[in-house]
Design a protein around this ligand. Sequence first.
Ligand code: GLC
Length: 729
Amino acid sequence: MSISRKRIVIGLLLMAIGGGGLRAEVPPYRRATLPVEERVEDLLSRMTLREKILQLNQYTLGRNDNPNDRNAVNTRLPAEIGSLIYMGSGPEMRNRMQRRAMEETRLGIPILFAYNTVHGFRTIFPIPLAQACSWNPRLVEAACAEAARETRLTGIEWTFAPMVDVARDGRWGRIAEGFGEDVHANAVFCAAAVRGFQGTTLSDTLRIAACLKHYVGYGASLGGRDYVPTEISRQTLWDTYLPPFEAGVRAGAATLMSSFNDISGVPATANGYTLTEILKKRWKHDGFVVSDWDAILQLVNQGRASGRREAAQLAFLAGVEMDMTDNCYRDHLESLVESGKVGIERLDDAVRRVLRLKFRLGLFDRPYTPERPETERFQRPEAMALADSLAAESCVLLKNDDHTLPLAPETRIAVIGPLADARDHLLGSWCGRGEARDVTSLYEGMCAEFGAENVRYARGCDFNGEDRSGFPEAVAAARASQVVVLCLGEKRQWTGENASRSTLALPPIQEELARVLSETGKPIVLLLGNGRPLELSRLELLCKAILEIWQPGTAGGKPVAGLLSGRWNPSGKLAVTFPRTTGQIPIYYNQRRNARMDQGSYLDLPDTPLYPFGHGLSYSDFRYGEIRMVSSDPMVLEVTVTNASSRDGAESVMWYVSDPVCRITRPVRELRHFEKRMIRAGGSETFRFEVDPLCDLGFVDEKGDRFLEPGEYWIQAGPRKFRLFIPEE
Ligand code: GLC
């Protein structure tokens, strides 16, 4: 054969190979150009039952803090595991584990790495309860995007957040992790967090998959304790606890986490109504549900399952796709499928959902994370600036008698209290990889803001205990100053998971320190660092001003000092009610109406809270004009707010709806819209509420169906009220 003919033959051979021959070696699920669903189906068709079941399990990697093998890969873990909760602070260990999955297994299915990035990864933002008080979803979304970036750069693609459990009992330590007592607020911030974490496409290498938790009703835990039952009617499920999750699903949340609580006799982790009827069939969620830690096994404790096998069957058939850490699925799903108790269709549906997310995240095509130093991954200037702004906007000025605040620049200040020099306690619970050494303490913030020569420090006392030996030094510091900035509050371990307290009052030693300092006659500015609403009735009497700083995160004392100096103008408003005493619980703004208006109060207390939902002062003076309807169809309401002060300030206008008569009795009022805007000194801004009658005026019944009744409705914004009428159809 001539050379030219040989060349033609070789050319044809190469074309054949290029055109499809070699391609036959690359299975469709490995081809990035194919649609996700096609790749899912191809891979699923190749998997054994064992391989499928391992995809539905999650363990941890990296808990081992043994300095000798801190970065060792846990070789006892099967590399075919579906997901690992990753405790590393860099991608190296995760990449080594991923290489085992990609190169040492039959199909090379990447592991999905997860973590609790709740309010930041290394740059820590204020706790979510504080973030809600900013009433700034745009800022919250940006913070979640920064948190996603730090998380993904560390080799983690999935966070167990946002937590959107409507919570109305401050005794419950997890009230710190959600967006407060209001349904609409939790829904709006949930969607903002999902957008921030996930961005517009999950394949973005700086975004992470969100996980709405804890599905559902965990915030109703009886007595504010943890892991206990909840009593929730179908009506309350639909009108209070489900809406934030629906908002998150509509925003595209990739996953949900089933909660620990028993829902009036049916545990959430074995609840086919919520997990399948609502989530999969009604809301058409195509992602998956992971159980909370050991929640499947806990069905035995809850008296729903006789043992681990039945627990696995109940949770799996109810609609929980992935088992977090208790091995019930690993140990029993195979025999459940082989015995026909679990159908292969349901199993394949579960595996499909897990694989779908892995493909969407791009894990098959980019299984490894670039190994960059911490300086490139953490605390970039944009993140730090955002942490500062969000902390400043989350603080709530509860009291400011005689315009005590802002403090004049040369004021001599005594910074006193157990929180004054603390760093880690400003991070709050679930503070990820946050480092106390990164945090600016309140004392440091005050020195930087007012000049160290003007600031004295004294600890005064510990967070709790009986030791009063620090009192004299604190009194001396107060006497030598013009004002006392008293820093009281909670240790970060006093809120979060399994951290319920029977009282909202601070430990007596802290109140005693306040009393002793008030006897010096110096004005007291109280800074409160806490993760729950507090009982402040006694402290309130001793202080001229109270600034609720919550747990502000890494920025810590910097924005707080800026609020005291007036560099920041306070703009936060409470997203949770502060009762007068713990005995008033449950007390929240949107309760249903009483049978008697002038009776039924406690004999020893008024039935109003100390600080209501939505309360928050500013250094500005905002005046509300009358509400006006500028259009009836579409229905548009407006209110003009004027800043009658000489200081620019941001105001959050909160629009409430009241329906005095309805076939299902409704809360006295319901927040349905809010908007925050800067209003220049002396200027005005007009705020609009574009009313969707069914969504904003209507209500939902116990089947989850929305309805709108004709009749009278009231709209409130600030002190203004507006009556409108929905005619008969
Ligand atoms: C915990 C929490 C949950 C967390 C999970 C993983 O028990 O309830 O919020 O995401 O386990 O750490």
